[in-house]
Write a protein that binds this ligand. Structure first.
Ligand code: PEP
Ligand code: MN
Length: 338
């Protein structure tokens, strides 16, 4: 339920409404505009108190949020959320940052080599996994905290914000300490303790869609993070499982206009995991931009045959360079900027 206060309500009036919400056992979420303050009253069946709040002098009107995800919905917040990152990078505005890097951080020198390529050709956010969710327990599991140290240092060296995945509650503060964005991977999209832990810390969170997650479930997962007080959440479509086996996953481009209508949160697209085939990643990256991505995430590697994870989908430096040139032209045609 959304409680809109009277025009230019004072802090004292706001507090009266907030205290009442809390006394009923609900969570208040305050959003202050230039003239109007709206307060979300979050919790099960908040609507049953509608009349009590309507009767308050401080309140202008009440509206109900129909969707099961409340804070994530456009009903709660109409304008797009813009997430601010270091070095003036934003996700959710007119500019479309490219997030690029290796699947896994393999060594400091290889990460440095890749970061230079990312930066030189216009990428603005450095990615790299230190805790890797591998299908096989025998596959490379990542460098752990050592890898996070490397990406933290190299991000600073090239003045790029960084992103890395946390797979468990214990890993969240570690990733948040070294990196600027905490990634929650597809396999953990419904790990609710992990989502709550992300919501209790302050760094922005990139929430990947699970390979068998509906849009509604995905948005409810985002709601877990938001409901803990962290509003800097971005969604990431990375492909779902369908009957098709010719590609690694099926990048659900349909989801983007639908999700953007339902939520104010930025939507990132990941064509690398989405199709899983290097040769076709550039085509799909352009489709991602066309469909309205707020950022594009891609894996690159100078020697994919030596990569310890996801080599077959990692772009070669020259492919990345060519793609970035094409994306810049396409962005202009679409009224956006890379
Ligand atoms: C990744 O980004 O390297 C990754 C493991 O992604 P996903 O969770 O989408 O499989
Ligand atoms: Mn990967």
């Amino acid at each position: 339920m959304i409680i809109t206060l009277k025009n230019k309500a004072t802090k004292k009036e706001e507090k009266k409404v907030v205290d009442k919400i809390k006394s009923l056992g609900y969570l208040p979420h305050i959003s202050r505009g230039n003239n109007v303050t709206i307060i979300g009253m979050i919790g099960e069946q908040a609507e049953k108190y509608k009349e009590n709040f309507e009767a308050m002098d401080e309140v202008d009107h009440i509206s109900e949020i129909e969707k099961p995800y409340k804070l994530a919905s456009r009903e709660f917040k109409q304008e797009n959320t813009v997430i601010k990152l270091p070095y003036g990078i934003e996700i959710g505005g007119n500019k479309v940052p490219v997030i690029a890097g290796p699947c896994a951080i393999e060594s400091k020198s290889v990460l440095d080599e890749i970061a230079k390529i990312v930066k030189d050709d216009g990428g603005t956010i450095l990615r790299g996994g230190a805790f890797k969710p591998r299908s096989s327990p025998y596959a490379f599991q990542g460098l752990g905290e050592k890898g996070l140290k490397y990406i933290g240092e190299i991000g600073k060296k090239y003045k790029m914000p960084t992103i890395s995945e946390a797979m468990s509650v214990e890993e969240v503060p570690l990733v948040a300490h070294y990196c600027d964005i905490v990634q929650i991977g597809a396999r953990n999209v419904q790990n609710y303790d992990l989502l709550k832990a992300c919501g209790k810390q302050k760094k922005p969170v990139l929430l990947k869609r699970g390979m068998a997650t509906t849009i509604k479930e995905w948005l409810l997962s985002a709601e877990y993070i938001l409901s803990q007080g962290n509003y800097n959440v971005m969604l990431c479509e990375r492909g779902i499982r369908t009957f098709e086996t010719a590609t690694r996953f099926t990048l659900d481009l349909n989801a983007i206009p639908v999700v953007k209508k339902l939520t104010h949160l930025p939507v990132v697209l990941d064509p690398s995991h989405g199709i899983g085939i290097r040769e076709h990643v550039p085509t799909m990256a352009k489709a991602c931009l066309a469909v309205g991505a707020d950022a594009i995430a891609m894996e690159i590697h100078p020697r994919p045959e030596e990569a310890l994870s996801d080599g077959p989908q990692s772009l070669l430096p020259e492919q990345y360079k060519k793609l970035m040139d094409e994306l810049k032209v396409l962005a202009q045609a679409l009224g956006r900027e890379i």
